[in-house]
Structures are given as C-alpha cells and as structure tokens.
Design a protein around this ligand. Structure first.
Ligand SMILES: Cc1ncc(COP(=O)(O)O)c(C=O)c1O
Length: 377
C-alpha cells in the first residue's frame, strides 16, 4: 500500500535505535529526514549510486577526501558516468566553462563538494554551486548539490539552508567523537531520503543497532565537545602562527580581507572556524617527521574530530594517492602537517607542540638567515 507505515520488520531496513538517531540528527541541519549508514563511505557511495546513472555528468571539487575521489574516479567512471572536477577559488564563470567544455553539460546531474576541504581548510561557496545547479537544471532534470560537511560536524555549517539538496557526514568523526564507531549519515528532504533508503536496504549499508546506540550517546555531548575543540584550536593556531619553525598556518579563524574571496565565503557560510588546523613546518619531510615522531600527548593518526588530538602528514598518509602535480596545486606539500584538535587542556596541547618543535633540527638554508639569528630560534 503506498501510504502504509513501515513497521519494524527487519533490522536491515530500520531499527529503533536508528530511527531515534535519524530523527534527532535532522535537527541541527534543519533537514526533513536522515539516513544513517555503517560508514561515511557507505553514505557517500550509496547516495552517488542512487542519483547517478550511465551517461550522467558529475562535477566534484578538489581537494576531496581520498576515498570519495577514488570512488568517483575509478568506480563511477567504470559504469559510464562522466566526471569533471574543479578547484577551490574558481569562479562561477569558470565553473560554467568547465561544465560546458565537458561535452556533457546537458547531462549534469550532481555537483559534489567538500567544504571546508581536507587538509587545507579551503572553502567552496555552497550558494554559488546551488545557483549553478539551478542554471543547468531543466524541467525534467534537477541538478543536485551534495555537500560533505564532515569537517564542520553538524554544528558549524548548514548546507541545506544555503541551497544544497544533500548533506553528508562521516559520523566516525565529530558526530561519533570517541574514535569507537564507524558510521555515516545523509540528510535532505523526504523525497531525497526516500530515494536513498531502498538502495541502502539492498546494498546492506545501513548502520546496525549497536552503532545507533553509540551515536545516540555521542549526540548528548556533541555541542560541548565541538565548542571546546573549537576554542582549543584557536589557542593552538595562535601558538603556531608566532612560532619561528612554522611557515604558514591554515586556520579559518585567520582569514581576513587580504584573501577577499575565501573571507567572503567564510563570513557568509561558516558559523565558526572549527577545530582543524594545518600548518607548513619550515623545511620539508625530514623536519615534519621529526616533529611528528616527538609528539607525546597528540597521537599520530589519520582520523579527526574525536575528543583526543591527532596529528598526521597528509602527503604520505591521508593524501598519499593524490598525484604529485595535484599535490603541488593543492598545497599538500612535504611540509604540511594536519592537526585535529581535541578536548584536552589547550596549555597541555601547546606544551606538547612546543617540545616537539624544539626537537626539530632546522638547517640554516631553510631559514635563509645567519648562524647568529639561527641560534635565537
Ligand atoms: C571528509 C571525509 N568524508 C568522508 C570520509 C569517509 O568516512 P568513513 O571513514 O567514516 O567511511 C572521511 C574519512 O576520513 C572524511 O575525512
């Protein structure tokens, strides 16, 4: 029966913990409905497979989480889906050109973006993508905008309110927050989620009741966790900014009129600077590894968003598969270190960063200064 209410028939379709969790998750994003998955990748892949068919065009942003980029470039293309990408900083006119030059403009079905982008906090204008989607939509074909909002959890950015159709999360990160669960979520209108849930049932990619229970526990502390992490990140970024062995800090709280395009996006769509801070250490891979190997409190690991602070080296860890030329263009150099700031006392975090930086031996040529000046470092 078309309007028959689905009962709790079988846990691969739905289960009580998942239903309660999905209802609660809709609140932050102002979504009509939500579907929870057994990983962020399950949420992303199921959504892409549901809305794209052979011959369609997908445009995506770079940098993108490596797993998503791999899925798009090697799996979707295998099924005859056309893909094009754009980089942060490209204007509405340039994006229009990329779509037109793809040779498949009439088949554009989805614009998929990740903002802030991992690992350099680059921002993409969600409203601009929504406008572009509108311009390429026809009566028969609505172009969808999907936003991976993982870097901001559901607190600091609400893509659906800015014109996106779909918002996605790796709930493994801020939503879970304790590094003890793998999960994902998709949010949107009733119509969107009604399309996604049947494919989730048949791929079997929904989260089980135990994951649902763990995430319900996590939601109770989501706001205080993220607020503390965000406050800590500001202290950490300010410490790094003034350190002589640090060349550049990628932290949204430092954006200002000197970078008018990124600053304009920041002020209109971000509710906070978040708790992800990346920086270029002076030197290269050797200095970056010396720093990482000497951390004591902050752990060397690739995840993000949980209560404990983590550090990693994107060029050889999370983004090792990115082609060399693309790494250069995206600022993913050997000097880049990414920090996910946790809930520890910020003075302990700064103490750990300071002692690890003290262990880094900087060659004079790196600074391009005299030995006397070097002694002062
Ligand atoms: C931005 C982003 N999206 C998606 C994912 C995939 O999530 P999961 O590991 O839960 O499958 C990750 C994982 O690191 C991520 O960082």
């Amino acid at each position: 029966m078309p309007n028959e209410k689905l009962g709790l028939i079988y846990s691969r379709i739905n289960n009580p913990d998942l239903e309660i969790l999905e209802n609660r998750l809709t609140l932050w994003d102002g979504a009509e409905e939500c579907a929870v998955f057994d990983s962020g990748m399950a949420a992303i892949s199921t959504t892409l497979l549901e809305f794209l068919k052979p011959g369609d065009l997908l445009m995506y942003s770079l940098p993108l989480y490596g797993g998503t980029e791999h899925f798009i470039e090697t799996v979707l293309t295998k099924y005859g889906i056309h893909v094009v990408y754009f980089k942060t900083g490209e204007t509405h006119e340039e994006l229009t050109e990329i779509i037109r030059n793809s040779g498949h403009a009439g088949s554009l079905k989805m614009i998929y973006i990740e903002t802030p982008a991992n690992p350099t906090n680059d921002l993409i204008d969600i409203e601009c993508c929504a406008q572009l989607a509108k311009e390429f939509s026809t009566e028969k074909n609505k172009v969808l905008v999907a936003v991976d909002n993982t870097y901001f959890g559901p607190l600091w950015q609400h893509p659906l309110k800015l014109g996106a159709d779909i918002v996605l999360y790796s709930a493994t990160k801020y939503i879970g927050g304790h590094s003890d669960v793998i999960a994902g979520a998709v949010l949107g209108t009733k119509e969107i989620i009604k399309r996604i849930k049947p494919l989730r049932t048949f791929l079997g990619s929904m989260a089980g009741p135990w994951t649902g229970w763990l995430l319900l526990r996590s939601l109770e502390t989501l706001k205080p966790r993220m607020e503390t992490q965000t406050r800590n990140a500001k202290h950490v970024a300010e410490f790094l900014q003034q350190h002589t062995k640090v060349e550049k800090v990628y932290y949204l709280g430092f954006l200002d009129e000197t970078n008018p395009t990124q600053y304009a996006i920041y002020t209109k769509q971000c509710l906070s600077a978040g708790a992800m801070v990346s920086f270029d250490i002076r030197g290269g891979e050797k200095e970056a590894f010396q720093f990482l190997n000497n951390l004591k409190l902050i752990k060397l690991a690739v995840s993000l968003g949980s209560t404990e602070s983590l550090a990693e080296h994107p060029a050889t860890m999370t983004h090792c598969d990115v082609p060399d030329q693309e790494k250069i263009e995206l600022n993913i150099s050997d000097r880049l270190i990414r920090l996910s700031v946790g809930v520890e006392h910020y003075e302990d975090l700064i103490g750990d960063l300071k002692q690890a930086l003290d262990h880094v031996v900087v060659e004079r040529e790196v600074f391009n200064i005299t030995s006397k000046e070097l002694e002062a470092v």
